[in-house]
Design a protein around this ligand. Structure first.
Ligand code: SAH
Ligand code: SF4
Length: 393
């Protein structure tokens, strides 16, 4: 071997380069709460005096600029960037498919860790853009009119996966680095996708805190609406710990009918649910509870139902969102006629409640309420099996 042979330096390099870690196994910076991020930075040796500043910078890169790599964090030294890259990842759900409806609605099928899939839907309107996000893969509840309810729960989404849906939509809409006063494309969030958010309250709370954080995504709590089938004790937590707007999947005016449509009603009856609504903090004309009411032909759509509904919610600042039933293959219900829906709406209106009829959006791509169901989970659990499942609640 000649004296100039590079053998020694190469051996040296090989010995000193740490074995490349599988980046996907590293902790994700997306979805860390502020406290967790501080701890993470301290743990990788960022000097105590610098932690606060670095924390602010990183938060901005993640949630204002929407960067996807550490290289783009140009106000951090190369050394810090390298240290971050060795120890963390910046990961979002991966878009498997994106469908754009003729009405502009975009439905994203997203792959998350473990190969599971969830859906998020972006609905543009003239005065706002609403992103409907999922909180679970599937749902353990088995509301009989809901397509998601036919899919068994696989797991709760993590904070990163919930926030990640917002990031993915903003990537796709190219909505980063907004100047103050810029019109927002994603101006509202509704937790009305797959899953029951209040069976995953902790993660939903932490994710919404990130979405509401003034130095990041900065959505006002009044632009976030959480929809629940009625997990009463958790509703109190939403009021205290998140403070966002509340929507209740009400759908029936007697316990008998609601037991069948929304089986969690067997555990938390209408009276108890409405008490939690009355106790919800900050209710006023400007902050009303939305009662969602799916219109099912000959099941819950009579004049009597409408009258009972307004009586039940008397005194609660509320708006009634009438949702024409969105059919799905094998669904055991039909949509009420337009006439019936309008007649119902008139009665509710006459009692002083706003009762908009929700226009189905994205129907041609199965993006409408209750139609979300990931392709991998189409195998249907039998109704009987699910009915048994609810007993354990
Ligand atoms: N699990 C939560 C949030 C997701 S469902 C909840 O139940 O509130 C979002 C809304 O869509 C709920 O009001 C739900 O009742 C409604 N929905 C479900 N299936 C539907 C369907 N097939 N047609 C119309 N609305 C439906
Ligand atoms: Fe679950 Fe909501 Fe569907 Fe009921 S309506 S099965 S709670 S997703």
């Amino acid at each position: 071997m000649s004296a100039s042979a590079p053998a020694a330096p190469i051996t040296q390099d090989v010995l000193t380069i740490p074995r490349k870690q599988d980046a996907s196994a590293l902790p994700n910076l997306v979805g860390m709460t502020r406290d967790q991020l501080t701890e993470a930075l301290v743990n990788v040796g960022i000097k105590e005096k610098q932690v606060k500043m670095r924390h602010g910078q990183i938060w901005q890169w993640l949630y204002v600029k929407g960067v996807r790599s550490f290289d783009e964090m140009t106000n951090l030294s190369k050394d810090i960037r390298a240290r971050l890259a060795e120890n963390f990842q910046i990961a979002r759900p991966e878009i498997v498919t994106k469908q754009v409806s003729s009405d502009g609605t975009r439905k994203y099928l997203l792959r998350i860790q473990g190969g599971h899939e969830v859906e998020a839907v972006y609905i543009p309107e003239t005065d706002r853009g609403t992103l409907c996000i999922s909180s679970q893969v599937g749902c353990t509840l088995t509301c009989s009119f809901c397509h998601t309810g036919t899919q068994k729960l696989v797991r709760n989404l993590t904070v990163a996966e919930i926030v990640g849906q917002i990031l993915v939509a903003r990537d796709d809409l190219d909505e980063w680095d907004l100047a103050p006063g810029d019109k927002r494309l994603v101006s509202n969030i509704v937790l009305m996708g797959m899953g029951e958010p209040l069976y995953n309250t902790d993660n939903v709370r932490d994710a919404m805190k990130i979405a509401m954080d003034d130095s990041g995504i900065a959505l006002s709590r009044r632009r976030i609406t959480l929809s629940t089938s009625g997990i009463v004790p958790e509703i109190y937590r939403v009021g205290e710990e998140i403070g966002c707007m509340l929507a209740i999947s009400f759908h029936a005016t007697t316990d008998d009918v609601r037991d069948k449509l929304v089986p969690i009603n067997r555990k938390h009856k209408i009276d108890e649910l409405l008490q939690a609504c009355r106790d919800y903090p900050r209710l006023s004309n400007a902050e009303r509870i939305t009662f969602e009411y799916v219109m099912l032909k000959d099941v819950n759509d009579s004049d009597e139902d409408a009258r009972r509904l307004v009586k039940l919610i008397e005194g609660i600042p509320a708006k009634i969102n009438l949702i024409p039933f969105n059919p799905w293959p094998g669904a055991p219900y039909e949509r009420s006629s337009n006439n019936r829906i309008h007649k119902f709406a008139d009665i509710v209106n006459a009692a002083g409640y706003s009762s908009p009829i929700r226009k189905p959006r994205g129907e041609d791509i199965m993006a409408a309420c209750g139609q979300l169901k990931s392709a991998t989970e189409r195998a249907r659990k039998s109704r009987a099996q699910m009915e048994r499942g609810i007993e354990g609640l």
